[in-house]
Design a binder for this molecule. Structure first.
Ligand SMILES: Cc1cc2nc3c(=O)[nH]c(=O)nc-3n(C[C@H](O)[C@H](O)[C@H](O)COP(=O)(O)O)c2cc1C
Ligand code: SF4
Length: 420
């Protein structure tokens, strides 16, 4: 099947605006400007069943319809922070197929009646930022952006803003504060950004991949889009595969059409585990979701099936760990990440991430007793449901996910140091 999002994998040089236009690019925008009202665009996206690709999987059209009527200006803010370990799909979209994404930004801005959209891109993506800046300029000179889009009364300004390398700035309200020039820390919700967002105005925040889905939905219709994927998880998805696989990379497939086994072993996908070793652990949403195991290889890759298996699909960053991986060591790496990235605004996360890391250091340095292992889920339980933003809960996933399947590895470390 032809790619819908990663069209760059089928069409050479599609980052060039002329190549993009020759292959049907900006036709959806033309259709929107010439024939559709704001509401009709939102209705089409709603009908497509598109869910946000940034992690939470919230229905996109529904999110747009939460904006209060008649309150202007409104903003579209694109989350291009992409900082989850193992996630690199938005990077490929922005670097290799930028105009499909920019067309999605313009159509979505039109739908929510926004005249100024912001793309917040992670600081470590300078190449993608430069490519986007160029793409925005090209869109303007071709009449697709700027004042009087395609000769209509609609104006759209697009600003590319570079972040400074903080994972927490991917959380939508921390992102808004950072964009406003403040320290990037999550806001207390409610109020939600739909009512009080950027500069206190109604704001929609969407992920890069989410918006890259919008032009094909408009061009080919909601029914066509719904025919791809499953009833509840519609459309194509880009899966990022990394870790101990032979061919890491981004692979696009309809949601629910392939299993973890297909993705890891398939000829058109990651082609198996390096050295033909066995799979031991699988992270489906980077460091933020509980680990699955080789027993879950037949899990279908859609939001519902991965949840039923005990994890989350999130942004679909699949990290594969082979049979030689020291699981408590891998969990410590994740604990280090969360300790470093916790913004410190709320106590359970600030203190909890510190104590989880301290316990992991003891366990992996051979200084722990059984009581330290038992303490891990106790600390985690003091964090879940008690933090201001989801990072505090994400930080407990390495504990709950690995203890569930690999407790004996923790206990072996304690026994070998005589503290068992
Ligand atoms: C700690 C944390 C980090 C996040 N990082 C990202 C990110 O890098 N990119 C992203 O699109 N969403 C990220 N999210 C999710 C956003 O808060 C938000 O749900 C998303 O951008 C909404 O877009 P969507 O509806 O199109 O998925 C993160 C959330 C949290 C709690
Ligand atoms: S949960 Fe962690 S990252 Fe989120 S606001 Fe609290 S301290 Fe900051």
């Amino acid at each position: 099947m032809d790619k819908i999002i990663l069209r760059n994998q089928d069409i050479p040089d599609i980052a060039d605006i002329d190549v993009y236009v020759r292959n049907g690019g900006y036709a959806a925008l033309k259709q929107v400007i010439e024939t559709m009202t704001f509401e009709q665009v939102t209705d089409a996206v709603k009908a497509s069943g598109l869910k946000g690709r940034g992690g939470a999987g919230f229905p996109t059209g529904l999110k747009w319809s939460f904006l209060p009527k008649g309150v202007l200006p409104r903003y579209l803010v694109v989350n291009a922070d992409e900082s989850e370990p193992g996630t690199f799909k938005d990077r490929e979209i922005m670097e290799k197929n930028p105009h499909q994404f920019i067309e999605g930004v313009i159509i979505s801005s039109y739908a929510i009646q926004c005249n100024h959209a912001f793309i917040y891109i992670r600081g470590e993506y300078p190449l993608a930022a430069r490519i986007l800046e160029k793409a925005v300029e090209e869109a303007k000179t071709h009449g697709y952006a700027g004042n009087k889009v395609l000769g209509s009364e609609y104006n759209i300004e697009i600003t590319v803003h570079r972040g400074a390398g903080a994972y927490i700035c991917g959380e939508e309200t921390a992102l808004l504060d950072s964009l406003e020039g403040k320290l990037g820390m999550p806001r207390v919700k409610p109020p939600f950004p739909a009512l009080v967002g950027l500069y206190g105005k109604p704001t929609v925040i969407n992920n890069v991949e989410t918006l890259a889905n919008v032009p094909p939905i408009i061009a080919k219709g909601a029914d066509w889009y719904k025919s791809i994927g499953t009833e509840k998880s519609t459309g194509p998805k880009v899966f990022c595969v990394s870790g101990h696989v032979k061919r890491p990379g981004n692979y696009e497939a309809p949601l629910g059409s392939i299993t973890l086994r297909d993705l890891i072993y398939g000829e058109n996908f990651a082609q198996g585990v390096r050295g033909d070793k066995k799979v031991k652990g699988i992270l489906t949403a980077g460091a933020s979701a509980p680990m699955l195991t080789a027993e879950h290889l037949d899990t279908k890759l859609d939001y519902e099936a991965v949840a039923a298996a005990g994890s989350i699909l999130g942004s679909a960053s699949i990290i594969v760990l082979d049979e030689d991986t020291d699981i408590p060591w891998a969990a410590q790496k994740m604990a280090e990440f969360f300790k470093h990235e916790s913004c410190g605004k709320c106590t359970p996360c600030r203190e909890g991430t510190y104590w989880l890391l301290t316990l992991y250091q003891r366990i992996n340095q051979g200084q722990a007793s059984q009581a330290d292992i038992d303490m891990l889920p106790i600390v985690a339980s003091q964090m879940v449901g008690r933090t201001l933003c989801p990072l505090g809960e994400f930080a407990t996933s390495p504990v709950t996910g690995t203890l569930r399947w690999f407790k004996s590895e923790y206990e072996a470390k304690v026994k070998s140091n005589g503290h068992g």
